[in-house]
Unconditional design. Structure first.
Length: 229
């Protein structure tokens, strides 16, 4: 598994970094992720992909492992041009930052309140520009299983931009590569697209309603227990 990842990942990452052209970079990574998961006997079973909107939206997925991004790169159709929203800590790692920038990644701050407000505006601007964004609303993951509290940024941005939120459940990645573990295990992977929710209003109350509806749906799709808000 590690050998295949290195042989596929390094040249693809280098090419995406050099090109700095997100449409091509995303297609390269999509193809490499499909090949990697096929060769390691862990293809992602998908359900409900036809329900993904063609227009701007936020796709919310539970976060369990470093393996999540790879599974999503393989499963999501590149024609839709989904863009990941990643934590700003990656911007301090030059090689990783250059690679993710080559995929069009949007970087946000998780902790500083002033920066978070600026990042919500950046997400709103991207949505109004027609982008389709992938966000892990938990913000991070740990070794412990369970759906963690959601950050509000995605829901505030969706309400302000008046775009739908699509909820998806990703299963199996925590078992493949649990936090603090670097030796992957063979497991089944699946991604199920759930309900789509539209904001009713653009204020804080509308964002709270979106969060609560999305959380209930994600709990149903991801198969993990609720660690509370």
């Amino acid at each position: 598994c590690c050998l295949i990842f290195v042989l596929l990942g390094l040249p693809v990452a280098a090419l995406a970094t050099l090109l700095q052209h997100p449409p091509i970079g995303c297609r390269l990574v999509h193809g490499a992720a499909l090949i990697f998961l096929a060769l390691t006997a862990m293809p992602v079973r998908t359900r409900g992909m036809q329900d993904l909107p063609e227009t701007a939206h936020l796709l919310l997925v539970n976060h369990s492992s470093y393996f999540d991004a790879l599974a999503l790169c393989a499963a999501l159709p590149p024609r839709l041009g989904h863009v990941f929203v990643a934590k700003r800590e990656f911007a301090t790692q030059p090689a990783m930052h250059a690679f993710l920038r080559g995929l069009g990644t949007l970087f946000v701050e998780r902790f500083a309140a002033t920066k978070s407000a600026e990042d919500v505006q950046a997400i709103v601007a991207a949505l109004l520009h027609g982008e389709k964004l992938v966000i892990f609303p938990e913000g991070t993951f740990t070794r412990e299983a369970g759906l963690k509290p959601f950050h509000m940024g995605a829901f505030v941005a969706a309400a302000r931009a008046d775009v739908p939120i699509v909820v998806a459940g990703l299963r199996g990645t925590r078992l493949v590569l649990r936090d603090q573990t670097w030796l992957p295990r063979l497991e089944s992977l699946s991604l199920e697209i759930g309900e789509t929710f539209r904001p009713h209003g653009n204020d804080w109350a509308a964002a709270i309603r979106l969060r609560d509806a999305a959380r209930a749906e994600m709990l149903h799709r991801c198969g993990e227990h609720d660690l509370g808000q």
